[in-house]
Write a protein that binds this ligand. Structure first.
Ligand code: BGC
Length: 756
C-alpha cells in the first residue's frame, strides 16, 4: 500500500480537487486507480441516520436505535453512560456500513429559544466538554469516527446560514470554544464540522483563526474539517483557511474552482495537498474497520431505556411519586400513545421500535388497574375545548391524572427558533383544568430545552422532565413513575421563570445580519448569578426519591500552585430509603482576578450511586484550567495569586459547603503598561506599582497643581488623592515642569524599569 505522501504524489490535480468535495451527499470521492475508497458519513448525534439511498440527500433511513437526544443524555451527567451509548452507536454504524457519525453537537445553549438546543448538551462549557469527550471516546473506541459540530458560535437557528456572531475573544475562549477544545485534546475526534454562520464577520468555513490557528496550531487537531452541508462560499478561501472537505457533493463547479485557483496561482497546491493528506489519513483509518454484520437491537433498546431514565429530571414532587399501587389512572395527552422521542431535522432517526408510555404503564401495572386515555390536545395548532372537557372528566373519575405534554415540532426544531418558551395555549389550559379537577396530577414533559411553567406549576403535584427521550423513553417514564428507577437526572441548563429574564434577551436574535454576544461570559447560571435573578429551576437541579447528605468536605491542600491543582473530597450519604444516584458538583469562585469573572463556574463533578444508608467519599480533581481565565490582552490563560473558593453543591443554587484555598500563580505576564496607561493601571501592575511607589507621595503633594483643596471647592468635586483614571503622562504634563526630563522622557524611564 502506498503511503499518503506517495498517493498524493501520484494524484492528478483533478483527483485532489475532487477528493476535497463529496462524491454524493454522504460520501467522499474515491480514487479507484490508487485504491482510495470512499467513506460514508451520516447523521447524527443520537442515532445512525443512514439513508436507504446514499445518492439522495433526503430519503427514508434504515432502522437504527433512536437514543435520547443530547439534552436528555446531558442531564444524566453520566460520562460512563455516554461512552456506552457511543459504543452502541458505533456498533450500529458498522452494521449499517457507516464510517463516521455527524455529531455530537457541542454548541452552547446561549438562549433557550434556539430551536436546536435538543441536539446540544448544556449552557456550561465544562459539562458539555466532558460529556462530548465521553460520547466521542465511546464511538471512536470501536473504529468509527465522529464529526464534532458546529464549529463555532452556532447558537441559534435564526439566520443560521449567514448571521455573524460578534463575540469577543475572551468570551469565545471561555464559553464557546472550551467544549470543542476539551474534546479535541482529550478524545481526538476524527473530524470537525464548521458552522454555517459567520464569526466576527468571517464564515465558519473560511475562518483561518478558528480552523487553523486555534484548532490545529494550538489544540493539535490532526483530523479533517468538513463543511456543514452547504456552508462553503468561496472554495479556495475555505481551503486556505483549513476547511478540507466540502459537503455535500457532487459539486463540479467547486472542483473546477479549486483546479483553476491552483492553475492561476490563487491557491498554493501545497495547501490543497495538506487537505488531501488529512482526508486520506481519515479515509485509511475508516477503512481499517470492516463494515457489515448486525447489531443487537433489543440490547440497544434496553440501553436507550436506561439512558432515557438517567436523563429524566424530577422537577417537582409533593410526595405523590413514586405512585404507590394506583388502580384508577387517567392517562391524558397525545404523547402518551404517540411518544415524542426526538426533534425535527437532520438528526431524525428511523427507530427500530418505539415504546409508548401508555403501553409500558399497562404492562407494569397490575392487571386490575384501569387506565382511561384521552388525547387532551389536538395534533395541530387549533384550540379544542372538547378535548379538555373530556380529559377533565377522565381525571375526575381517577385516583391520579398523568398528563403527557409534548412541545409540538412547530414550536421546536432544527431550522427555526422557538417563538417563546411556553407550552401551547391548549396545553396550558389543559394542565390548569385537569389539575383543578384532580389535585393528584403529574405532568410529564417532552421538550428539548427549557419551558416556562409559572402559569400552571403551583396546581400540579409533580413534574417530570422527560425531554426528547429516544425510542425507549416510554418505558423509562413508566420505570420512574412506578418507582422501578429512582430519578437522578440533573438539569444541564437553567429553567428561567420568564423569557424576559434570559441572558441573551436584549442581544438575541440580532438584526441586520449581526448578533452581538453582548452578555459576554454571562450565559446560563453565570448570568442569573450576576443578576441575582430567581429562576424556575437552577442549573444542576433535580429531585430524587431519596435524600443525600454531604459531610466532611476537604481539600488536598490549603495552598497550592496553579499548575499543581488540588483535589476536593466530600463524603456523600444516602439518608433516605431508596438506592439512588447523586451528582456532586464543584464550582470555583475566584476572589482576586484582575478581570471580572462570573461568580462561580462548574469545574468538576462526580456521579455516585448509593444504597440506603451508604456513604462514599467523592474525590474531584481541579487542574490549572479550573482556576484560569483567558486574558485577551496577553492572549493566554492566566491565574492570579489569592484566595479561591471551592463550592460543593447539589445544584448551582444549592451549595452545601464552601472551602477556601490560596492559589499561587506561576503565570508570568509581561507588563502591558505604556505611555497612555493611567495611574490606576500603574498601581494595578505589580512591577508598575513598585517603580511608581517612591513617586506617589510626590504626586499626591503636587495634585495641588490640579487645584488642591481650593480647586476642589471651585470645581465642586473631590480632587483629594490621586486622579486614578488620569494617564500618568497627562498628570506629569499638568504638573507643568519644562525642565528635563520631559514628561515623555520620565514615563519612558519608568517603563524601561518596568520592562527590565
Ligand atoms: C446540519 C448538520 C448536519 C448536516 C447533514 C446540516 O443542515 O446543520 O448538523 O450534520 O445538515 O445532514
Amino acid at each position: 500500500m502506498l503511503t499518503i505522501e506517495e498517493r498524493i504524489a501520484h494524484m492528478t490535480l483533478e483527483e485532489k480537487a475532487a477528493l476535497c468535495t463529496g462524491e454524493g451527499p454522504w460520501r467522499t470521492t474515491p480514487v479507484e486507480r490508487l485504491g482510495i475508497p470512499s467513506m460514508v458519513m451520516t447523521d447524527g448525534p443520537h442515532g445512525v441516520r443512514c439513508v436507504t439511498d446514499l445518492d439522495l440527500i433526503v430519503c427514508d433511513s434504515k432502522p437504527a436505535t433512536c437514543f435520547p437526544t443530547a439534552s436528555s443524555l446531558a442531564a444524566s451527567w453520566d460520562v460512563a453512560l455516554l461512552e456506552e451509548v457511543g459504543q452502541a452507536l458505533a456498533e450500529e454504524a458498522i452494521a449499517l456500513g457507516v464510517d463516521m457519525l455527524l455529531g455530537p453537537g457541542v454548541n452552547m445553549k446561549r438562549t433557550p429559544l434556539c430551536g436546536r438546543n435538543f441536539e446540544y448538551f448544556s449552557e456550561d462549557p465544562y459539562l458539555a466538554g466532558v460529556l462530548a469527550t465521553g460520547l466521542i471516546n465511546g464511538i471512536q473506541s470501536r473504529g468509527v469516527g465522529v464529526s464534532m459540530k458546529h464549529f463555532a458560535a452556532n447558537n441559534q437557528e435564526y439566520e443560521r446560514f449567514s448571521i455573524s456572531a460578534e463575540v469577543d475573544e475572551r468570551t469565545l475562549r471561555e464559553i464557546y470554544l472550551p467544549a470543542f477544545e476539551m474534546a479535541v485534546t482529550q478524545a481526538r475526534p476524527w473530524t470537525l464540522m464548521c458552522s454555517y454562520n459567520r464569526i466576527n464577520g468571517t464564515y465558519g468555513s473560511e475562518h483561518h483563526q478558528l480552523l487553523t490557528d486555534i484548532l490545529r496550531d494550538e489544540w493539535g487537531f490532526d483530523g479533517f474539517v468538513v463543511s456543514d452541508w452547504g456552508a462553503v462560499h468561496d472554495r479556495p478561501a475555505a481551503l486556505r483557511a483549513g476547511l478540507d472537505l466540502e459537503m455535500p457533493g457532487p459539486n463540479p463547479s467547486r472542483v473546477r474552482a479549486v483546479i483553476e485557483a491552483v492553475r492561476n496561482g490563487e491557491l498554493d497546491e501545497a495547501v490543497l495537498d495538506k487537505s488531501v493528506g488529512r482526508i486520506l489519513r481519515i479515509v485509511d483509518r475508516a477503512a481499517a474497520t470492516p463494515k457489515g454484520g448486525d447489531f443487537d437491537a433489543s440490547a440497544h433498546h434496553a440501553l436507550a431505556r436506561r439512558a432515557a431514565a438517567s436523563g429524566m429530571v424530577l422537577l417537582k414532587n409533593d410526595g405523590i411519586l413514586p405512585l404507590r399501587d394506583p388502580r384508577r389512572l387517567a392517562v391524558i395527552g397525545r404523547a402518551a400513545h404517540d411518544p415524542y422521542i426526538q426533534g425535527g431535522g437532520s438528526s431524525h432517526v428511523h427507530p427500530t421500535e418505539v415504546s409508548a408510555p401508555l403501553d409500558e404503564l399497562r404492562q407494569l401495572l397490575p392487571p386490575d388497574a384501569t387506565i382511561v386515555h384521552t388525547p387532551g390536545y389536538p395534533e395541530g395548532q387549533d384550540f379544542d375545548q372538547a378535548l379538555i372537557d373530556e380529559a377533565v372528566a377522565a381525571a375526575e373519575q381517577s385516583e391520579v391524572a398523568l398528563l403527557f405534554i409534548a412541545l409540538p415540532a412547530y414550536k421546536e426544531s432544527e431550522g427555526y427558533d422557538r417563538p417563546d418558551l411556553d407550552l401551547t395555549e391548549q396545553q396550558v389550559a389543559l394542565i390548569q383544568a385537569v389539575s383543578a379537577a384532580q389535585p393528584r396530577t403529574v405532568v410529564i414533559l417532552n421538550n428539548g430545552s427549557a419551558v416556562t411553567m409559572s402559569a400552571w406549576i403551583d396546581g400540579v403535584a409533580a413534574v417530570l422532565e422527560a425531554w426528547m427521550m429516544g425510542q425507549a423513553g416510554g418505558g423509562a417514564i413508566a420505570d420512574i413513575l412506578l418507582g422501578r428507577v429512582n430519578p437522578s437526572g440533573k438539569l444541564a441548563e437553567t429553567f428561567p421563570l420568564r423569557l424576559v429574564d434570559t441572558p441573551a434577551r436584549i442581544n438575541y436574535p440580532g438584526e441586520n445580519g449581526v448578533v452581538h454576544y453582548g452578555e459576554r461570559l454571562y450565559i446560563g447560571y453565570r448570568y442569573y448569578d450576576a443578576k441575582e435573578l430567581p429562576v424556575l429551576f437552577p442549573f444542576g437541579y433535580g429531585l430524587s426519591y431519596t435524600s443525600f447528605a454531604y459531610g466532611n468536605p476537604r481539600l488536598s491542600t490549603e495552598s497550592f500552585r496553579d499548575v499543581d491543582g488540588l483535589t476536593v473530597s466530600v463524603d456523600v450519604t444516602n439518608t433516605g430509603e431508596m438506592a439512588g444516584a447523586e451528582v456532586v458538583q464543584v464550582y470555583v469562585h475566584d476572589h482576586e482576578a484582575r478581570l471580572g469573572r462570573p461568580y462561580k463556574e462548574l469545574k468538576g463533578f462526580a456521579r455516585v450511586y448509593l444504597e440506603p444508608g451508604e456513604t462514599q467519599t467523592v474525590t474531584i480533581p481541579l487542574d490549572f484550567r479550573a482556576f484560569a481565565y483567558y486574558h485577551p490582552t496577553h492572549r493566554r490563560w492566566v491565574t492570579d495569586d489569592g484566595a479561591v473558593d471551592i463550592l460543593i453543591g447539589a445544584s448551582a443554587a444549592d451549595i452545601r459547603c464552601t472551602l477556601t484555598a490560596m492559589l499561587h500563580s506561576t503565570v508570568e505576564l509581561p507588563s502591558t503598561l505604556n505611555r497612555e496607561s493611567t495611574i490606576r493601571a500603574w498601581i494595578d501592575d505589580p512591577r508598575g506599582r513598585k517603580v511608581l511607589e517612591p513617586l506617589l507621595s510626590l504626586f499626591q503633594a503636587q495634585t495641588v497643581t490640579l487645584g488642591g483643596e481650593d480647586g476642589a471647592a471651585m470645581l465642586g468635586m473631590d480632587t483629594g488623592g490621586l486622579p486614578m483614571d488620569m494617564p500618568l503622562l497627562v498628570l506629569l504634563h499638568f504638573q507643568g515642569s519644562s525642565a528635563p526630563p520631559t514628561p515623555e522622557e520620565m514615563v519612558d524611564m519608568l517603563l524601561a524599569q518596568v520592562r527590565d
